[in-house]
Design a protein around this ligand. Structure first.
Ligand SMILES: CC(C)(COP(=O)(O)OP(=O)(O)OC[C@H]1O[C@@H](n2cnc3c(N)ncnc32)[C@H](O)[C@@H]1OP(=O)(O)O)[C@@H](O)C(=O)NCCC(=O)NCCS
Length: 163
């Protein structure tokens, strides 16, 4: 028990940084999407979704090591859609998702609203988002056309984090 809680202590890991991804990171991005693929997570990302315009993607890094990724889109009226938040399974449960969310929120601090979809049984994701104030507003069956449901989660009063 002692060891496990130490292992899960984010203080024991180097701090993460969000580094804007480039063309050169696309292969790594998709490889991690594949690694994360599961019944409660459906890698929907295409090259068009992550590059250019109002679309932003970041690699979550500890030093040079890529431990996760984030992709989001700025929509009309200052609304932000969080399309991808993924932490490498080897690094999950150590507080990195929470830290990545804080850094993401500091980047979009002027958003009027942030929304996302996740699987209702994706307990880690739902709990993580709820801890930042996201609320489930809707449930959609067969969301991706593959028979699986998703809940829409919305954050309207953004917590403030320093970038
Ligand atoms: C969801 C995900 C990003 C969380 O990242 P993580 O680094 O493992 O999460 P953290 O260690 O920062 O935990 C943050 C919070 O999430 C919740 N959480 C994390 N793992 C959990 C689990 N297995 N069960 C329940 N809650 C969990 C907890 O509320 C935790 O906070 P707490 O420890 O203070 O209670 C990660 O599990 C992941 O990449 N999953 C696969 C991809 C995915 O589903 N992405 C979201 C799709 S929208």
């Amino acid at each position: 028990m002692e060891n496990l809680s130490k292992q899960n202590n984010p203080q024991e890991l180097e701090p993460i940084t969000l580094v804007e991804g480039t063309e050169a990171d696309l292969e790594t991005f998709f490889a991690l999407e594949q690694k994360l693929a599961g019944s409660t997570y459906w890698p929907e990302t295409t090259k068009e979704q992550i590059s250019g315009g109002n679309k932003f993607f970041y690699m979550v890094k500890i030093g040079d090591k890529i431990v996760g990724q984030i992709q989001y889109e700025k929509q009309e009226d200052n609304v932000v859609y969080l399309n991808v938040l993924g932490i490498d399974p080897d690094f999950q449960g150590k507080g990195l998702g929470k830290e990545a969310m804080k850094q993401f929120l500091s980047k979009v601090s002027d958003a009027s609203k942030i929304w996302l979809v996740t699987h209702p049984e994706n307990k880690a994701a739902v709990k993580l988002y709820e801890s930042f104030g996201f609320k489930i507003t809707e449930r959609k069956e067969n969301y991706f056309g593959n028979g699986t449901p998703r809940v829409v989660m919305v954050l309207e009063n953004l917590p403030k984090y320093q970038s």
